[in-house]
Design a binder for this molecule. Structure first.
Ligand code: GLC
Ligand code: MG
Length: 623
């Protein structure tokens, strides 16, 4: 290292210390250093980044995306047909909820054949065509892997129930316990979908475990043959060309090992829950988050990595679903000796934020992930999925843009749920039309609390019949009433539509600063959240969102260090009076009620030793 370079490093370290000492932690110590190294060009930074590390990922709920054959349910041909749309809005990869053979007791999360396609969605040929199309268009395909359980109609379960020697231990069986001469389930374990997690099987004359529906028997991960069979399922789809997997319900994979007599312990009660059918009637210390489950995730990652090693191509990725305590979720990333999921879903925004969360809550929620994430890992940001009420209904329809902006202005991977980009909101479904088993298992008085139908309605493509989703007389769930205006066709031509704001964001995500810089995020006051992204030799970006109904005057130079004297609007929202391209003094930025904007420096940030400046090179006009 030259002395000059060493001096620069030292100064950067000191300045970094000063910047971040102002009450702001330095999240990515290593990452920052890279970003501040002036010898790293954008090309070098890009080359060091894997395809997914600053990608936008999009979840498709296949029943509701696009119906190509007019039966009222979406399908693979429909998805293939619409891949160019995903490309248009800036998506790198889409994860598709289950499309495998299934009796649809849990709409595909009850798999009867892990290596075939359900006829409602198409055929294996259609799947191959989807992969071919995805390569042509440049949008990668990620499948939903459902390892915890199969359908009770899976061949393995039928053989297991019949006592077939190769399969008898594929699931979790127990004869039950005799209490006062009557047979009772082996433990007090509850199902996520209510009631006992044990179901008596008349043929085998034993109970089997099901942490979800009784039609979703839990596989026995203590049986190495099960693990081998499920790794083969991964390989089957890798060979067919998928880029990775979203892994369903990971924390439920293992249960505590049985004792020497083959018995399991009861789980302790949660005193505050009185309804014995409620999942939270007991504390899940033996049925969720068992340490062996982490190793299983690492084992799957090895399958992905070995496949890549042998076959080349892009890194294959895993996104894991775990609504577990944060310290457990972080372990899914892996450790010093084992790699895990590249993207353990970050559900903090879903779990911690509500309609009245203020800017401090938002800052705490985002920073909790960044501060707890192991060094060298990549963050991801999720605000919705097929199990949660739509973000617009949860956090406010007039906040959809600012939330799309937030998840896309943060470093790492942004993950969108289909329809959030056009501002779809929940659709109320009456009890008689309710489809979701987790609601059908309750009663008309409480079903709304459990139903996931409202967030699963058909995608709104246009103002045509059924919103252009299907030509059927009746779609599997009703289309939202607002489809005449909330749809892709209409929003493509409305300059400040949700869709156009989303598209602008995704274009911005290709900028070096947004791909490579660290982040500084804070509540500027109770109402305003600010996010700053800064990269040497590049533009500095600031995202601001005003959560409530007051008009706010913001002095950005007070809130953040090293900001230029003036900034330029790059994204505005319908609440804004400013126009894209307008400039404004950094110390006097006005935010109208619920307004969110992205501004950036008008010139690039440069440095001479120890001194940062927004330098306008001679003969170069402001861009
Ligand atoms: C996951 C899925 C959910 C499904 C459950 C059982 O939580 O996201 O939709 O019902 O697993 O497979
Ligand atoms: Mg299990």
């Amino acid at each position: 290292m030259t002395p000059r370079r060493l001096l620069l490093y030292l100064l950067v370290a000191i300045c970094g210390g000063v910047v971040y000492a102002s009450g702001f932690p330095n999240y990515h110590a290593h990452f920052d250093f890279v970003a501040w190294d002036k010898h790293r060009t954008a090309e070098k930074l890009d080359a060091a980044q894997k395809w997914w590390q600053s990608a936008a990922i999009y979840q498709i709920y296949p029943r509701s995306f696009k119906d190509s054959d007019g039966d009222g349910v979406g399908d693979l041909k429909g998805i293939a047909e619409q891949l160019p749309y995903l490309k248009e809005i800036g998506i790198a990869a889409t994860w598709i909820s289950p499309i495998y053979t299934s009796p649809m007791a849990d709409f595909g999360y009850d798999v009867a054949n892990f290596t075939n396609i359900d006829s409602v969605f198409g055929t294996l040929d259609d799947f191959d065509a989807l992969i071919a199309k995805s390569r042509e268009v440049g949008v990668k395909i990620i499948l939903d892997f459902v390892p915890n359980h199969s359908s009770d109609e899976h061949e393995w379960f039928k053989k297991s129930a019949a006592g077939d020697k190769d399969y008898k231990d594929f699931y979790v069986w127990h004869p039950g316990r005799m209490v006062n001469g009557t047979r009772q389930p082996p433990t007090n374990w509850r199902s996520v979908f209510r009631g006992s997690a044990w179901q008596w099987h008349a043929e085998r004359k034993e109970y089997y475990l099901h942490q979800f529906l009784s039609k979703q028997p839990d596989l026995n991960y203590r049986n190495p043959k099960v693990r081998a069979a499920m790794s083969d399922v991964l390989r089957f789809w890798l060979r067919r060309g998928v880029t990775g997997f979203r892994v369903d319900a990971v924390p439920f994979a293992f249960e505590i090992a049985p004792d020497a007599n083959g018995n399991w312990p009861d789980e302790p009660r949660n005193d505050w829950v009185v309804d014995p059918d409620d999942y939270n009637y007991v504390k899940h210390i033996y049925t969720a988050d068992q340490p062996e489950t982490l190793h299983l995730v690492y084992e799957w990652r090895r399958v992905l990595d070995e496949f890549q090693k042998e076959n080349g191509g892009d890194e294959r990725v895993m996104l894991t679903e775990a609504y577990s305590p944060l310290d457990v979720v972080m372990k899914y990333y892996g450790n010093e000796t084992a790699e895990g999921a590249q993207m353990p879903f970050n559900f903090l925004m879903i779990n911690w934020l509500s309609n009245d969360s203020d800017a401090y809550h938002f800052a705490e929620t985002v920073n909790a992930w960044l501060q707890n994430m192991p060094e060298g890992r990549t963050a991801n940001w999720v605000i919705g999925n097929h199990d949660q009420n739509r973000v617009g209904s949860r956090l406010g329809a007039d906040r959809i843009d600012m939330l799309n902006m937030l998840t896309n202005m943060l470093p790492g991977v942004s993950i969108s749920y289909y329809g959030d980009e056009i501002g779809m909101t929940d659709v109320w479904i009456p009890w008689n039309d309710t489809q979701d088993p987790s609601a059908c298992h309750t009663n008309p008085d409480i079903y709304e609390k459990f139903s996931r139908d409202p967030e699963r309605t058909p995608f709104q493509w246009s103002d045509a019949e059924n919103a252009g989703f299907s030509t059927a007389n009746k779609t599997w769930l009703p289309v939202a009433d607002n489809y005449k205006t909330v749809n892709v066709q209409h929003e493509r031509v409305a300059p400040l539509s949700h869709l156009n704001i989303y598209k602008q964001l995704h274009a911005l995500r290709n900028e070096s600063t947004l791909r490579h810089s660290s982040v500084e995020l804070k509540a500027i006051n109770q109402n305003v959240l600010g996010v700053k992204r800064m990269l040497l030799n590049d533009y500095t970006y600031v995202f601001l969102m005003n959560l409530f109904d007051s008009t706010e005057q913001v002095d950005l130079t007070q809130a953040f260090d090293n900001l230029p004297y003036e900034v330029e609007y790059v994204i505005v929202t319908p609440q804004s009076t400013a126009k894209k391209g307008d400039t404004v003094k950094s110390d006097g930025l006005k935010l109208l009620p619920k307004e969110a904007v992205v501004v950036r420096s008008t010139t690039k940030l440069t440095t001479t030793v120890g001194y940062f400046a927004y330098y306008v090179p001679k003969n170069e006009k402001h861009k």
